[in-house]
Design a binder for this molecule. Structure first.
Ligand code: ATP
Ligand code: MG
Length: 419
């Protein structure tokens, strides 16, 4: 029997879960400030949603999806990302009748059959935002501003924002032609995937991670050089907004993003700490997606961030990650005072204090050792005497100093001591 976690999955254990909760909470706070509301979508969807919504020629759809047939013979797929499901839900639930744009955020697990590496897993976590219903560059800039706020709230620095525009269905065909003209003589040198991409989606070759393909892409024409007037205006106003807001960015003419649905703005946040898996967050505008998935033509922009990679980055930057909260008081008891200790702890907890007691039948000596290991702030030894006098000493574990308290007043004394 091999009952280990499947390859590419990982258990997230305490004390790490405390750091995770912190990352998630800060993200929720940032979203609230920017007036994004949470959406929760199903873990699996009809396979066709991702084929249409992510794009049939993408690596995600061609190689990375966990697709299965259910007992009724439907083809279902574990979500490889959150955008397609969010857009499906937006259409299905008629969210377009709400004030526009509809601003949604999510925190979800995503599944991709990939080669396991540090920062690359088969089940991973994404936090993302989708702003559906605005074509304005202000919407793109507001999303980037939210991210910039979030990274600051975590105390992170040095994450580079790389920005590009890849045009729209009006200007992209011209660029596509130029790109194919440039690539044709190099066709034999490209990797097998890129040979396929050449006909299906040549822009994706710019994104290939194979060394030779990347070299060839280096000299290739870039979408930025072929933007139509509307796309250029959008691009210029986005840059102007970011500059006005003092948000640094680097134009990266090579970024095209892995998913098919992007138009105009594309961006990535890249770090030096996460190694080769350096992209922490990817996003952009996807003006064609809502229509592609069956809704009215609706412009939209969004991003998704990899939580595992964000944590690697936080560690790399030596950010002090929050630790689990220790007991504020440990009530040690004898067999004859165990019940009172139990009641006392319940009262303290009702007052909002983190109280702890032994629930393993330990001896007094073992309880004291345990309280130490739990790193409790204060220790109270509850004997029959203490109960009779309704009075006990609490000992500060860090320096051994003691304070005499009435048991009735224990909660308020502890609160003032801890403050
Ligand atoms: P990559 O180029 O690293 O494969 P991607 O372009 O496939 O990334 P997106 O689809 O844009 O990634 O997903 C958004 C973010 O989700 C990424 O920037 C990354 O932080 C994270 N991510 C993507 N795939 C994985 C994975 N297999 N394991 C962990 N995090 C991932
Ligand atoms: Mg990928």
């Amino acid at each position: 029997m091999n009952l280990t976690a499947p390859r590419g999955t990982q258990d997230i254990l305490p004390p790490w879960t405390t750091a995770w909760q912190w990352l998630e909470r800060k993200f929720q706070e940032s979203c609230e400030l920017y007036q994004y509301q949470e959406i929760r979508i199903p873990t699996f969807e009809h396979t066709e949603l991702f084929q249409r919504g992510v794009g049939a020629s993408t690596d995600v759809v061609q190689k990375e999806m966990y697709t299965f047939e259910d007992k009724a013979g439907r083809s279902l797929t574990l979500r490889p990302e959150g955008t397609a499901g969010t857009v499906r839900s937006y259409i299905e639930n008629g969210l377009s009748s709400q004030p526009s744009p509809v601003k949604l955020y999510y925190q979800l697990t995503a599944f991709r059959y990939e080669k396991m590496q540090k920062g690359r897993y088969r089940e991973f976590h994404q936090m993302g935002c989708e702003c559906i219903g605005s074509a304005e560059a202000t919407a793109d800039a507001e999303l980037i501003s939210l991210l910039s706020h979030y990274f600051k709230a975590l105390g992170l620095s040095e994450i580079q924002l790389k920005l590009n525009s890849i045009g729209c269905p009006k200007c992209r065909p011209i660029f596509r032609q130029k790109l194919m003209d440039y690539l044709r003589p190099h066709l034999a040198e490209l990797c097998e995937d890129c040979k396929q991409r050449f006909d299906q989606n040549p822009m994706r070759i710019l994104d290939c991670k194979q060394a030779r393909c990347a070299e060839i892409a280096e000299e290739a024409p870039a979408p930025l050089d072929y933007l139509c007037d509307d796309c250029r205006e959008h691009w210029e106003s986005l840059k102007a907004l970011l500059e006005a807001a003092n948000i640094p960015y680097q134009v990266d003419r090579r970024i095209v993003r892995g998913l098919d649905y992007y138009t105009r703005t594309v961006f990535e946040y890249v770090s030096s700490h996460v190694g080769t898996q350096g992209t922490i967050c990817g996003g952009g505008r996807y003006d064609g997606l809502v229509e592609e998935v069956g809704g009215q033509p609706t412009p939209a922009v969004g991003f998704a961030m990899g939580v595992e990679r964000l944590l690697l980055e936080a560690e790399g930057q030596k950010i002090e990650l929050p630790q689990p909260a220790v007991p504020q008081i440990f009530v040690a008891a004898f067999p004859e005072t165990q019940q009172q200790a139990f009641m006392l702890c319940a009262q303290l907890r009702a007052e909002g204090l983190r109280a702890a007691l032994d629930i393993c039948g330990r001896s007094m000596k073992a309880q004291l050792k345990y309280a130490n290991r739990m790193r409790a702030d204060y220790l109270l030894l509850l004997g029959a005497d203490e109960l009779a006098k309704n009075c006990a000493k609490i000992k500060k574990m860090s320096d051994g100093s003691e304070v005499q308290v009435h048991l009735d007043e224990l909660a308020s004394v502890l609160k003032s001591l801890e403050a």
